[in-house]
Design a protein around this ligand. Structure first.
Ligand SMILES: *Cc1c(COP(=O)(O)O)cnc(C)c1O
Length: 382
């Protein structure tokens, strides 16, 4: 537990989550692929219009499955932003891939599509757009280049469930996409994720890879009289108790997204004038994007200012955080890439970004406390 009056994040039941966990236990099925897992998967398939969705133990697990399904081998290159969570890269490095780090745009903090084509080589085996803060990457340009060079696209859509690009849901552009249901995301079951498949050709093998390399799913459907080891794989099925919690959240999809939108809009409305006066940048959402309302961040003018603001908020019991440390400069990033990539925008943004508390049960009064603290620190009169 933290001593913060206003934590950075918390995950509260929004509906019948606890009832569904109890129901999974009472029904006698708490391993994977039970009733609630199926409900969640169908919801994702219907909502997003993907061919298939498989719940996984995490988004990290879903990314690992993607690397397995694409047969990533030592020496294969993947193009990935340095400004992301380690798992986007690590899942592929586990298979021996060499990351090629692409810099980000300074407006959306997404992969800079104008740099993409020059990074493609005959060894490129995947492009990994991360829809930062649930604001879509430039998918028209990225998909056009990917198709021209016949390179598969895997969208890390951890932030962007419910977000759209040109009226189409994020996660439906690439051959594969992943979602996270970690506690810090819009919809959560503590630890969880999903692999989204937009092509039928992945489904059969994904089922095997997810079940430790066995054809147990076919056995359970009565298609085989025994199951056996047929491929490589691992354990990527979440317990149906977790799926029960997640289903409780998914049933509240509209309510949760509406809440998050109110929280985001309120921060923006209250902070816009202050930001303009103090040279602080607020998130930008291009007109072709409908964001997912995953986070609210500020871009300060310097690293010192960023650190001081976080410290001041902390002194007021408010937990604000920063991320991501550039992966291309990390020990493992340098080692796995075998060279130092040049990502100046990533390095700059990484020093300037502050994330404000953002979670489904964040009350307006708490937002007022946060906003007033920022105003006070800057001596700003509303
Ligand atoms: C949260 C996150 C992940 C990892 O999600 P887990 O479900 O915790 O494995 C991966 N990529 C990005 C961009 C994330 O924000």
């Amino acid at each position: 537990m933290s001593d913060y009056q206003i934590p950075f994040n918390r995950s509260d039941p929004m509906g019948r989550e606890l009832e569904y966990i109890a129901s999974a236990v009472e029904g006698g099925w708490i391993s994977g692929d039970g009733r609630f897992t199926k409900k969640c998967q169908r919801f994702l398939e219907d909502k997003l219009g993907v061919r298939r969705a498989f719940l996984t133990t995490s988004c990290t697990g879903a990314l690992e499955m993607a690397a397995l399904l694409l047969n990533i081998k030592p020496g294969d290159e993947i193009i990935v932003p340095s400004f992301t969570f380690v798992s986007t890269v690590n899942a592929f490095v586990l298979r021996g891939a060499r990351p090629v780090f692409i810099d980000i745009r300074r407006d959306t903090l997404n992969m800079d599509e104008s740099l993409l084509e020059d990074l493609i080589t005959p060894k490129t085996r995947a492009i990994l757009p991360v829809h930062y803060a649930g604001v879509g990457c430039a998918m028209d340009e990225i998909m056009e280049i990917a198709r021209r060079y016949e390179v598969p696209v895997v969208e890390d859509n951890s932030h962007g469930f419910s977000g759209k690009y040109r009226d189409r849901y994020l996660g439906t552009f690439g051959e594969l996409a992943t979602l996270s249901f970690h506690e810090s995301k819009n919809f959560s079951c503590g630890e969880g994720g999903a692999l989204l498949m937009n092509e039928d050709r992945f489904v059969k093998r994904a089922e095997i890879v997810r079940e430790k390399g066995t054809d147990r799913s076919r056995f359970f459907r009565g298609e085989l009289d025994k199951y056996s080891w047929v491929d490589i794989g691992s354990s990527y099925l979440p317990s149906d108790m977790l799926a029960g919690f997640l289903w409780g959240q998914m049933e509240k999809y509209d309510f949760i997204q509406q809440r998050r939108r109110q929280i985001w809009d309120y921060y923006f409305a209250r902070l816009n004038g202050w930001a303009g006066t103090n040279g602080i940048n607020l998130p930008q959402v291009p007109p072709e994007c409908e964001q997912s309302y995953h986070m609210f961040y500020l871009l300060m003018s310097s690293l010192e200012e960023r650190q001081q603001v976080i410290a001041f908020l902390k002194s007021r019991g408010i937990c604000a955080v920063f991320h991501y440390l550039p992966l291309h400069l990390s020990q493992m990033g340098l080692h796995s890439a075998g060279r130092k990539w040049d990502c100046p925008a990533t390095e700059e943004v990484s020093d300037l970004l502050v994330r404000l508390p953002f979670y489904n049960s964040l009350a307006r009064e708490q937002q007022d406390v946060i906003v007033e603290a920022l105003f006070e620190y800057y001596g700003y009169q509303d």
